[in-house]
Ligand binder design. Sequence first.
Ligand code: MN
Length: 363
Amino acid sequence: MDKERLLQKFDAFMRSLTKEDKIAVHFHADADGVSSGVIVAKTIERLRGKKVDLVFYQEPYWVTDETIEKLQKNNITKYIIVDQSVDERPEQIKKVELFAKILILDHHSYKTDLNSEKTLFVHADKISSLLPVRYPVAKLSFDVCKRVKNIDDLDWVSCFGLIGDVGYNYWKEFVDDSLKKYGFQITNEGPSSAFGKITKLVTAAKCYKTEKVVECFEVIYAATTPKDVINSPLRKYQAAINEEIQYWLKQRHNAEVHGDLIIMEINPKYQIYSPFTTVLSMEYFPKSATVIVISDTGGKDLNISGRRQDGKFKVNELLKEAAKSVGGNGGGHPIAAGGQIPKEKKKLFKEALIKLYEGMKKA
Ligand SMILES: [Mn+2]
């Protein structure tokens, strides 16, 4: 389907929604997902004069039998999925098609084009020549929804979402115009802007407890200006997260040092391992150190997180190999990576890590 045809189908889908429809919005539990969920849900409320009926995120991200049960229990007739790739289980989508029409807005890579009689799959790669990863659904949903309703006042919602998916550099003019419109400073970096503050509030709330993304959705939905969110009770989660990170930074003397390989074990109250490892490696150890954090938050797996700020050794390969050797998984970027390992394999993992690292240094 070409772009024009797809967009016309999108317009028709949105304009066909009535008050009698039971509409569910399923969003990815991150800033881009919350943003695009709010944009789509608000556009629908404005179009049909009634809020959507059900809003949720879920883990795992694909459509499960429980998802289908929930949709049926709520008599859903229109199921909208934003910023979530569901093409891995196309047979589950077929099951939903028996009782509901589906709209998917996404930019993740996919194998199956889900477009059918009942499903409209609007993917970034069909709308824009940009790499899909650079076209966050926060921006995609804003661009398509504004075709059917005036949503000029939701530009800031799009902005904090696209900043969350590292999209500022590709949408600088849009974000800067919007910052100006609300009287905020242009900072030339997404995260340090006023909208970046909202992105961080959402990210912290998710770290605190994934289910708090629903509260983020509600707070942002109810807000009329970005300031309403910046000054909202969501700040308490960020304060808790920051306090926890500070606590563990003070424990850094407990880290094991093997030359320039630093391994630290933590058991924090919240899922702080990723931002914690970043701060630890950027501000407390030399950029020429490889910093690995093993985090236990009570689950059956441990989270592993690694940074090598000067890029001399590929921490994604290091974590991938070491985790794989104990039945875990790992990956990411050369300077920043993560993964999981079974809790009982911690000692073996550390041994593998040290040995692999020695090998990398000799190579
Ligand atoms: Mn996204």
